[in-house]
Design a protein around this ligand. Structure first.
Ligand SMILES: [Mn+2]
Length: 290
């Protein structure tokens, strides 16, 4: 198990993992610079790839094999010798190459700060972009622990870019974020406690034609997803997140996405498997849901 190094998501046979014919390019991004509590998210992308090799490739809900749309996985990004800013820039540049090929980027994290340069690159191509952020945390601080590049500031950078933002599953929010949010008509928040009580209305009308979806795995309840750096009680369930993602697919065109903050832990391999299967369900809903 420990020596396993899967390089193609789902470990499919050719031709389903070829770069030229793929519809989606998976970018494994082992970024870890500003993690504040539990370290290890740099091992997240490889753990997802490894777990993906154990998945069944048939989707019983969609009655097809989503891998057949063409899912290319590029080599794991190498941040050796780079500082945080350089690593973020390299991540954004990789996304630009993927977009140039007409493919949708799907990034495996790695810490959440990677979403900012990725979203910036997608936004260059789709100026009408909306971001949907599924997370326990608001991530709206102007800076955190002295850096505006922090994982805890990623959505503030999105707001800075002038991109409308819809946050779902939130249950950890600072006073600064609460005050900021109330001044931002372009930011909508769906609180986890309201979802748990069946009282949440999701303002889907805020989505435009093109959408970027970022999923921080700590959005899930820690009972289902224990392997994250900053767990929060009262999270979303597996089927809740799948339903949210499917609804987004029905309402808009997803042109970029990421799954971030997996922090693999010995004895909690179920978390790696959840992340891998989530990525596969996202691909299925995005391309195969007719
Ligand atoms: Mn989070």
């Amino acid at each position: 198990m420990e020596d396993l190094t899967i390089t193609q998501f789902g470990a499919p046979d050719a031709p389903y993992c070829q770069q030229e014919t793929a519809k989606v390019t998976i970018i494994p991004a082992p970024l870890e610079y500003s993690v504040c509590y539990m370290k290890g998210t740099e091992h997240g992308p490889q753990a997802i790839l490894n777990a993906s090799s154990q998945m069944e490739l048939y989707d019983e809900e969609l009655d097809c094999c989503p891998i057949e749309i063409g899912v290319y996985t590029c080599p794991v990004l190498d941040y050796n010798g780079m500082d945080h800013a350089a690593a973020l820039k390299a991540t954004g540049d990789t996304v630009r190459e993927v977009l140039k090929r007409g493919q949708v980027p799907l990034i495996l994290g790695g810490e959440h700060s990677l979403s900012a340069p990725v979203i910036a690159a997608v936004h260059e191509q789709y100026p009408d972009l909306t971001v949907v952020h599924i997370d326990a945390h608001g991530d709206l601080r102007d800076e955190f622990e002295g850096t505006p590049l922090s994982h805890a500031s990623i959505e503030r950078r999105v707001v800075d870019m002038g991109i409308p933002l819809l946050e779902i599953g939130i249950r950890s929010f600072s006073p600064e974020e609460a005050a900021f949010m109330k001044t931002q008509p372009n930011v909508a928040i769906v609180w986890a406690y309201k979802m748990a009580k069946g009282l949440a209305t999701i303002p889907w009308e805020r989505l435009g034609k093109h959408t970027y979806v970022t999923i921080d795995l700590d959005a899930f309840d820690p009972g289902e997803m224990p392997a994250v750096g900053t767990p929060e009680p009262g999270g979303l369930s597996w089927y809740q997140v799948l339903d949210l993602f499917r609804e987004i697919c029905h309402r808009t065109m997803i042109v970029g996405m990421d799954v971030v903050e997996l922090c693999p832990m010995p004895g909690q391999e179920r978390a790696d498997f959840l992340a891998a299967k989530l990525v596969y369900k996202m691909i299925g809903y995005r391309w195969c849901d007719r």
